[in-house]
Design a protein around this ligand. Structure first.
Ligand code: GLU
Length: 426
């Protein structure tokens, strides 16, 4: 999509993830003094594929789903990014998420461009067999565009290591050989990496600890609310608690629970493993999930979906630090409000980059067929994350930018530099 065709919302209407991504890029472009042509090039995905996925249901009837893969930028290396299975997936959402992957990979100095994929589907409404058929057909429709040297998928909302195993197998069967570098986030038994499953959460928690240390001297004894208890929020809550942070409230898509003296996270994890939700957890009290965003805590970590902090609720945020475990949880209007209220927002492209960093490690290991220990993975992850944190926080201080502006500027500058030295063909 070009800037010219980017839909502009009417005043007061909700910002879509694509509006948010375009506005963040526009701010960085202005700060850097980027020429209009380069700005337009960075706002426009390099490639977009939309595929239809005919599905034979278990009862024999046929339906047709829609899937997308957007490769936003390929200048620094093959495209990289997750595949989302969700009823909310549409092409514009995938475009936004792909652009954020470009900045995330550049900020962490990974040799990748950015991509994202998705299928518009309610995963819970399908059997395992149906999910496998959806995944394999989606993969084979994209076969000419993805692979270890082109575009490397990974898990995202609604997908997991089983999905990645099916994708890897589908690509391997097509090539007539095992291609373990084709996807990341695979099971360990197929060439997955130690530490990948927890990498995003561990990164979120360590960045939160660093941000809390800067904001209040120490993370120990700080209080936190975690929105989302899935792949990211669950581990983030656990690692925060292990770091001495008191997690007072947790929510998921079904409800929310709070306990002012701190929730026993391992006990809550056990409850969720059995029941599938935080609802009904005996060790805390139920409360309204929207209220979680307004709790008087040191740290708020939105770890669910885009756009949860917006113009309509940002005024109520009382946390001192927001660490974005999700992609795009804060609209640009909310960003401004939080900044005006003195709330420090650690942006997604830094805070949740742990997943793609260990995806990179997994791809390196798979390509070399040489496996690292969990200790090696975790220490290399943490040193990359903390280096990025120091680079962003010192750039923000020097230029008097928000952390998001500083992070986006650093990332965009790296991508622009790759464009500059490669030149334009023809
Ligand atoms: N889906 C994750 C993200 O949004 C991980 C992507 C990857 O590992 O390629 O960062």
């Amino acid at each position: 999509m070009s800037l010219a065709t980017s839909p502009v919302p009417v005043a007061g209407a909700a910002e879509t993830p694509l509006h948010v991504a375009h506005r963040q890029l526009a701010t960085a472009a202005e700060r850097i003094g980027l020429d209009a042509g380069t700005h337009r090039m960075l706002a426009t995905p390099r490639r977009e594929m939309t595929v239809s996925i005919p599905l034979r249901h278990d009862d024999g009837h046929l339906s047709v789903l829609t899937g997308h893969r957007v490769q936003h930028n390929l200048s620094r290396g093959p495209a990289k990014g997750g595949v989302r299975f969700s009823p909310h997936v549409d092409l514009d959402e995938v475009r936004a998420l792909a652009m954020w992957m470009t900045w995330k990979c550049a900020l962490l100095d990974l040799p990748y461009g950015g991509a994202k994929g998705g299928v518009t589907v309610i995963p819970e409404a399908h059997s395992v067999g149906e999910l496998e058929r959806i995944t394999r057909r989606y993969t084979s429709e994209l076969a000419d565009f993805i692979g270890p040297e082109r575009d490397i998928p990974a898990p995202d909302i609604g997908t997991d290591e089983r999905t990645m195993a099916w994708m890897m197998d589908t690509m391997s069967v097509a090539r007539g050989m095992a291609v373990p570098g084709a996807v990341t986030g695979k099971p360990i038994s197929l060439g997955g990496s130690h530490g990948r499953a927890d990498a995003t959460s561990l990164g979120v928690a360590r960045i939160a600890v660093a941000a809390l240390a800067e904001a209040r001297g120490s993370a120990s004894g700080a209080t936190a609310a975690v929105q989302g208890f899935g792949k990211v929020g669950r581990g983030a809550a656990r690692f925060l608690a292990e770091a001495g942070v008191r997690v007072e409230a947790v929510s998921d898509q079904y409800g929310a629970v709070r306990r002012d003296s701190g929730i026993d996270i391992p006990a809550l994890e056990k409850h969720v493993s059995v029941t599938g939700s935080v609802v009904g957890f005996a060790g805390a009290d139920p409360f309204d999930g929207e209220e979680l965003l307004r709790l008087d805590v040191d740290l708020l970590t939105p770890c669910a979906v885009e756009g949860v902090l917006h113009a309509g609720n940002a005024h109520g945020v009382r946390a001192r630090v927001v660490v974005e475990g999700a992609n795009g949880p804060t609209t640009t209007a909310a960003d401004r409000i939080l900044h005006d209220h003195g709330v420090v927002v650690v942006p997604d492209i830094l805070a949740n980059a742990g997943g793609v960093v260990v995806s990179y490690f997994e791809w390196v290991q798979a390509n070399q067929a040489y496996w690292w220990s969990r200790e090696t993975v975790e220490s290399r992850l943490l040193s990359r994350m903390l280096d990025a944190w120091h680079a962003v926080s010192s750039a923000a201080r020097t230029a008097d930018h928000t952390l998001r502006d500083a992070a986006t500027v650093l990332a965009v500058e790296r991508v622009v530099e790759a464009h500059r030295v490669r030149g334009l063909y023809p």
